[in-house]
Design a protein around this ligand. Structure first.
Ligand code: MG
Length: 357
């Protein structure tokens, strides 16, 4: 048989998607054109390229909120991206959008996270001339650092969805911020927030940092009293409020976009602000958070002075010593960063991570 008929069958099925969905056959393409895979669409192929990278494997030892958590049930960056992927696929499939594109971009969106999550990110942002942001760095990884400096040569649509997944603090459900993006990129952007808000409630309570009763009362009233109910409420609300994206009903306003209903969106924004003030910021400013920040700063300065201590390819790939040090340090897992920092300056972590590695 001609294997190519398998891919062609998948591509033919995509013709049944919403008129607003992205179709792999009409992708804006890759920087370097490649012959198609016989058995996978372009977006399925991008998903596989992302999963087979070292950057993806290292997500299992990178913090989501807690630094190198000891308990087996805490969320890590890897379980986070799997949750984003599944929430995103559920929404995309329900709205008849391109599930493969959502899957690929979800799995790749956080590749650029530093060790210790946003704590490491803000340190590198302060130290690196030109600043540092994890979504920009995710793009740098897939466009350059993976594949020994060749990048993964992903489709433009997957790169775009990775680049634009991040949301500002405060009011983030805003049509103007997403109207230039594909609906699939919008699904990834929103699914990221739905995933972290719901699983971080679990971690905050598991750790004793927050009590269920300290959450704003409208969270339980509107979203539900446990993890499963909250995820279900949020996902169903997005599907309902964004139904015109499916092409099954006339579009409300000029252009369909992926959104939440006003009541659920308001509670979600309240919850997000609450989590920033009562969980993310206090964790960053606590003793472990401060030690983690010191470790990233030490590592950055150390490799700036001693580029011979990191693999030569980082110097070869970067345009500057600072960028090379940032690329190398950013790729580290929490555990690797702790070990390296303790070798360079014994005692820097003041024992606060004792037993964590
Ligand atoms: Mg994320």
């Amino acid at each position: 048989m001609n294997l190519n008929t398998i891919r062609e069958r998948f591509e033919a099925r995509e013709e049944e998607l919403s008129p607003f969905a992205v179709r792999s056959t009409r992708s804006r393409g890759r920087k370097l054109p490649e012959p198609p895979s016989p058995v996978r669409t372009e977006f399925q192929r991008d998903r596989d390229r992302i999963i087979h990278t070292n950057s993806f494997r290292r997500l299992k030892h990178k913090s989501q909120v807690f630094v190198a958590p000891l308990g087996d049930h805490y969320v890590t960056r890897l379980t986070h991206v799997i949750e984003v992927q599944q929430i995103g696929r559920t929404i995309a499939r329900a709205l008849n959008l391109n599930e493969d594109l959502v899957e690929a971009a979800s799995l790749g969106h956080d590749l650029g996270h530093t060790p210790f999550g946003h704590i490491g990110e803000s340190v590198l942002n302060r130290l690196l001339p030109g600043g540092f942001h994890h979504s920009r760095h995710s793009v740098r990884i897939v466009e350059l650092l993976e594949g020994e400096g060749r990048g993964l040569n992903l489709t433009e649509e997957v790169v775009e969805a990775i680049r634009h997944h991040s949301k500002p603090q405060g009011e983030f459900l805003n049509e103007g911020a997403v109207s230039h993006l594909t609906l699939e990129a919008q699904v990834v952007r929103l699914s990221d927030a739905l995933a972290y808000l719901t699983h971080d409630i679990g971690d905050a309570i598991r750790s004793g940092f927050l009590k269920p009763s300290s959450l704003p009362p409208e969270v339980a009233e509107t979203l539900g009293t446990d993890h499963g109910r909250r995820v279900n409420t949020l996902v169903c609300d997005v599907v309902q409020a964004s139904w015109d994206c499916s092409g099954e009903v006339p579009v409300r306003g000029g252009k369909p976009w992926v959104r939440m209903s006003d009541p659920v969106g308001r509670v979600t924004t309240t919850l997000r602000n609450f989590m920033f003030e009562n969980f993310y910021l206090p964790i960053s400013e606590g003793r472990e958070g401060r030690r983690a920040a010191d470790i990233v700063e030490l590592l950055f300065h150390h490799y700036l002075r001693h580029p011979e201590g990191m693999p030569q390819k980082f110097t070869d790939m970067a345009g500057s010593k600072e960028q090379a040090a940032a690329d190398w340090v950013c790729g580290m897992t929490d555990n690797f960063a702790l070990m390296r920092a303790e070798e360079i300056q014994p005692g820097i972590s003041e024992g606060v991570f004792h037993g964590h590695i």
